[in-house]
Design a protein around this ligand. Structure first.
Ligand SMILES: NC(=O)c1ccc[n+]([C@@H]2O[C@H](COP(=O)([O-])OP(=O)(O)OC[C@H]3O[C@@H](n4cnc5c(N)ncnc54)[C@H](OP(=O)(O)O)[C@@H]3O)[C@@H](O)[C@H]2O)c1
Length: 335
């Protein structure tokens, strides 16, 4: 059983803990929160025994093998750095890091700490349904691009509209917020995983009064085709995600909460892709996969897969940064 420590006590950590419990591979032992009472209140119902409000002490004294980091985006780097320095296994929520400078520093640190491993929690990449879609796309004779949508109204945008309320972290540039960083990373993952690194990118953001992109459109140029990303947190989109072949297409009902993917053949007949399972908790596949890797740290095939995941995360990080640069979106963490 992997002993688990957590940073961040919001909804996504609860979902992760439900997945961790369902996987049968993790046991929560240690909780860090900025407030000790919050650490106890959050962790005790899950059986945690050790509580900290000091990050260094959490890593020095906490009894855990794996740390799950679900803090605001701008905090991930310093927290993951400390975790690796303490030879922990790290699961860091997406987007793992704010820019290539941070990512490269983490890669260097991982080399110096070979016992530590780091996964970005790009949950939608780990489902068998997505893997079926990827195989289908790879089998298509011609690719003419894609439209990938990751857009959902965030209830936290209500607080931005109510200018008397404090700006939520995810709409705050100081915390590396915004639509591209939040839901956009799911779309970038799909594009980079299916088609590789684009030759050129351009992002056209619509800014919020709080100084981040609330929504936007990105164009990724590849050799012979383009991919369009629609991302946003200030509107709801019901558009499916589509990959275009010649006469055929692969259609996802949703790019990041995927429940159904179909292949439409040249005669326009629909063939639904049926995975061997589709878990209700969208984090269960990734938590199982991470556990398998952490539990077999010297297995060559798992190591190969791990390196592949890390390289994919690195490519996504680079494309995200180039998209931000194309739109002059700057975060304090870039300084
Ligand atoms: N995979 C997914 O489906 C998914 C879904 C949602 C979010 N996420 C990712 O999870 C991460 C957290 O997102 P979130 O919406 O939960 O963020 P959040 O609510 O802004 O903050 C998460 C936690 O971080 C701590 N925190 C809050 N403000 C902080 C500050 N100023 N400085 C340091 N720590 C602070 C809080 O924990 P304490 O009060 O206990 O310290 C809070 O519970 C993000 O990277 C996001 O992209 C992933």
């Amino acid at each position: 059983m992997l002993k688990l420590g957590i940073i961040g006590s919001h909804t996504i950590t609860k979902q992760m803990l439900a997945a961790a419990h369902a996987s049968g591979h993790y046991r929560l032992t240690s909780v860090y929160s900025r407030h000790i009472e919050r650490a106890k209140e959050f962790g005790q119902p899950y059986g945690a025994k050790y509580f900290y409000d000091d990050l260094e002490t959490f890593f020095d004294q906490g009894d855990f093998d794996v740390v799950y980091i679900a803090s605001p985006n701008s905090c991930h780097f310093a927290q993951a750095k400390l975790a690796i320095e303490h030879d922990k296994q790290v699961i860091v929520e997406k987007p793992a890091f704010v820019n290539p400078h941070q990512f490269d520093a983490i890669l260097q640190l991982l080399q110096a700490h070979p016992q530590a491993h780091l996964f970005e929690a790009a949950r939608h990449m780990y489902t068998p349904l997505y893997q079926l879609a990827k195989q289908k796309v790879q089998s298509m004779g011609t690719i003419q691009g894609a439209t990938i949508t990751a857009m959902k109204y965030s209830s936290r945008y209500d607080k931005v509209l109510d200018e008397s309320a404090p700006t939520p972290n995810i709409f705050n540039p100081d915390f590396a917020g915004g639509a591209l960083m939040d839901l956009g990373v799911y779309a970038v993952y799909v594009a980079v995983d299916l088609f590789g690194t684009p030759q050129q990118v351009q992002y056209f953001p619509t800014m919020t009064t709080s100084g981040v992109d609330g929504k936007g459109v990105a164009i990724l140029r590849y050799d012979g085709f383009t991919v369009t990303l629609n991302v946003g947190k200030t509107a709801n989109s019901y558009l499916p995600t589509e990959v275009y072949g010649l006469k055929d297409a692969v259609v996802f009902d949703n790019a990041f909460d995927t429940r159904k993917i179909s292949y439409f053949d040249a005669e326009k007949h629909e063939h639904e892709l049926i995975p061997d399972h589709l878990y209700g908790n969208g984090m269960l596949d990734e938590m199982l996969s991470f556990a398998d890797s952490f539990e077999h740290p010297t297995d060559p095939e798992r190591q190969r897969q791990y390196q592949e995941r890390l390289q994919l995360a690195k490519k996504v990080n680079t494309v995200m940064f180039e998209l931000r640069q194309s739109a002059h979106l700057h975060f304090p963490a870039d300084n």
